[in-house]
Design a protein around this ligand. Structure first.
Ligand SMILES: *Cc1c(COP(=O)(O)O)cnc(C)c1O
Length: 365
């Protein structure tokens, strides 16, 4: 039995009757960049989150960069983030000219450890950039309290956590702003690159919108040299259709995760959802002692799997010049050697999930 890690073809088949006319409408209008379809999705997504403003961006990485730049983070500044994340989180910091300051994660949730923040704060620190990794919200209350105490901005990387909640609050709405990616494989994915920045701060949102549109909020009036990172009409139309299905897909992801948990908890470390959270399972990540053997077995059986992420970021060549060592990230480094992501998407059938469980049980140790 083949079980895809992510199955975009299956998802498209279930949505074809809604997606095809939505794309045709954009083609008929030729509203390809920004324009009315982009605005309509921005309004829908802001309403879904219960936040005032949303600006569509060319991708999630640009969104993070523009949010930091909009908060006036730049050369000479430091931004604290977690060691185990996708490189985009740190790249966005680097592209502002600021330096990422990495801290270790928590053992249970794999999210940034708020207990490590105080020690990482220096005179140069301007912001904290927590990531809601794998779809589980980070421990926001202590992060927000420390930020408030030290007058730091909080930018949430919600690229993996559309619709996740922490104590009833949507991720992306708790810090000064939140950044989302709509890369095709994300829980809410476009048919190309796309992203968004959300905030209640109207000054910040104007700066982000202008930055992504050549420093301009008015045609041919350029207030500063900006960049080009806008939401396409076609992507917006696809996202508008898909947003209507997001909560049902999330419920299915959670049901799949529960089924995996029940089938696997006695043979490996399964994900732990902390109290007061809605974990949206962008990824379903287990930990085993014999990863190489397990992944080989799964791929021999036609089951897609992956490692998110095999290299702890501060130790990657991209950040070698910062001089970090393994000893500074004992948890992230240990976890990086043991994690495996199993197939996770809303179109998985119970039979597929049971087959994966059976095959993991056959070798996990
Ligand atoms: C996907 C992702 C991003 C970047 O999003 P893109 O749209 O691919 O640029 C940023 N942070 C995290 C944690 C991600 O998973």
């Amino acid at each position: 039995m083949n079980v895809a890690f992510v199955d975009l073809k299956a998802q498209y088949q279930t949505l074809k009757d809604e997606i095809d006319p939505a794309i045709a409408a954009v083609l008929a209008d030729c509203a390809f960049v920004s324009g009315k379809y982009a605005r309509a999705f921005e309004d829908d997504f802001a309403a879904y989150l219960g936040i005032k403003h949303c600006v569509g961006t060319g991708n999630g990485t640009d969104g993070l960069f523009m949010a930091l730049h909009g908060l006036k983070v730049g050369p000479g500044d430091e931004v604290i983030t977690v060691a185990n994340t996708f490189i985009a989180t740190a790249e966005a910091i680097s592209w502002t000219g600021a330096q990422p300051r990495f801290v270790d994660c928590e053992e249970v949730s794999y999210n940034i450890d708020p207990g490590q923040l105080e020690a990482a704060i220096t005179k140069q620190t301007r912001a904290i950039l927590p990531v809601h990794l794998y779809g589980q919200p980070a421990e926001m209350d202590p992060i927000l309290a420390i930020a408030r105490q030290h007058d730091l901005a909080v930018v949430e990387d919600a690229a993996q956590a559309h619709g996740a909640t922490y104590k009833g609050r949507q991720v992306g709405t708790m810090g000064h702003c939140g950044c989302f990616s709509f890369y095709p494989g994300k829980n809410l994915g476009a048919y190309g690159d796309a992203g968004a920045v959300v905030t209640d701060d109207s000054d910040l949102i104007s700066r982000v919108r202008a930055l992504g549109d050549h420093g301009s909020l008015e045609k041919y009036r350029h207030d500063f040299p900006g960049a080009n990172s806008r939401l396409d009409g076609i992507q917006a139309a696809v996202l508008q259709v898909k947003l209507r299905h997001l909560d049902a897909w999330t419920d299915r992801r959670i049901a799949v995760a529960h089924r995996y948990n029940e089938g696997l908890a006695d043979v490996c470390q399964v994900p732990v959802t902390l109290p007061d959270r809605r974990h949206v399972f962008h990824l379903y990540v287990i930990r085993v002692g014999n990863r190489t053997e397990l992944m080989q077995h799964l791929s021999d059986q036609g089951i897609g799997c992956g490692i998110h992420y095999p290299v702890t970021l501060p130790l990657s060549p991209a950040y070698a010049d910062l001089g970090y060592s393994r000893e500074e990230f004992p948890i992230a480094c240990r976890v990086a050697d043991e994690i495996v992501s199993l197939p996770m998407h809303a179109d998985l059938t119970d039979d597929q999930v049971d087959f994966v469980i059976e095959q993991v049980r056959a070798v996990a140790g």
